[in-house]
Design a protein around this ligand. Sequence first.
Ligand code: NAP
Length: 336
Amino acid sequence: MRISVVLSVIGAVVTSSFLAAPATAQSPPPTMKAIVSHSYGGPDVLKYEDVPRPQPKQDEILIQVMAAGVNPVDTYIRQGYVGKMIGKQFPLILGMEVSGVVEKTGSMVSKFEPGDAIYSYLSFEEEGGYAQFAVAKESHAALKPKTIDFEKAAAVPLAATTAWQALVEKAQLSPGQIVLIHGGSGGVGSFAIQIAKVRRAKVIATASTQHQQFLKQLGADQAIDYTTTKFEDVVKDVDVVLGSYGVVKKGGIIVSITGQRDPGELEKHGIRGASLRAHPDAVVLEELAKLIDAGKIKPVVSQVFPLADAAKAQEQIASHHTLGKIVLEVAAAPKS
Ligand SMILES: NC(=O)c1ccc[n+]([C@@H]2O[C@H](COP(=O)([O-])OP(=O)(O)OC[C@H]3O[C@@H](n4cnc5c(N)ncnc54)[C@H](OP(=O)(O)O)[C@@H]3O)[C@@H](O)[C@H]2O)c1
């Protein structure tokens, strides 16, 4: 793209041999469009700019991003809550999950080659998905599920990995167990319901009135409207809960994705507790891809925004009432 710009500006006055000359050491580094923030703050700190393309380290791949998922954590980092804690530097490019095509591989990468369609959960260090190019460790990416398009694939990595690590790795959910999933209509919850059904558990899920039917469509055996019903009044003796006390039977487990558990409360109820900070893991992405291609898990994308409208997408995710997931379209790609 850079060469075509040069041609259009100076093509009338230079010779063709000059135009054919290879790029020199003085050539400016390749650039890309990205959503960049130069300070912490509201959605207005997100600017659509030209910035240098990242380069992959030895164990990394450079991804031409097709679509990027949007998550609540992006807004926490933008506002500085998480950003300050993890020592983020400006300029900052947000975005922790992407789908795209491998553009280039580092010298130690063996799993991928240029042209592979992949999806990736970017760590806090790699973060930079709201951009035309991003880098990820080989161990944080997997081949994209073949049966879904890039937009749906970008909705999977962070939210579905979180649901998997909570239910499968922390709670070791097994067939016949009862699980209560709070926020079943959101990003994490919509995957959690489907993963729990794959594990042949009985699923009870909560959401607001308008999302009750959606919970059933995802496979929930019982849907609870949190605006009209106290879940404690209709649920008891569950084995696993993503969230709250009072309904877990003795020996059961609470997995929290929103904060620490109180050890005193856990002991009082005779239950176990685990706090999860989800993390990228290619093995989980490979498992999820198999389940998606087998038709057992379907990502639900309720809205797609152009990359330049990242601020609007963040306003939507900050509502805490998003249906399924929202994504940014970064490049037009064939649907597959
Ligand atoms: N620990 C980790 O590693 C980790 C990873 C991912 C996410 N998280 C956190 O987990 C939370 C959920 O993430 P997400 O991506 O699923 O968010 P999301 O897509 O915004 O989903 C929010 C869900 O919460 C429900 N909800 C909203 N207000 C509620 C209320 N007053 N009572 C009960 N339910 C309510 C919504 O249902 P309605 O729309 O029907 O109201 C929706 O199902 C966020 O706080 C996020 O930061 C943590």
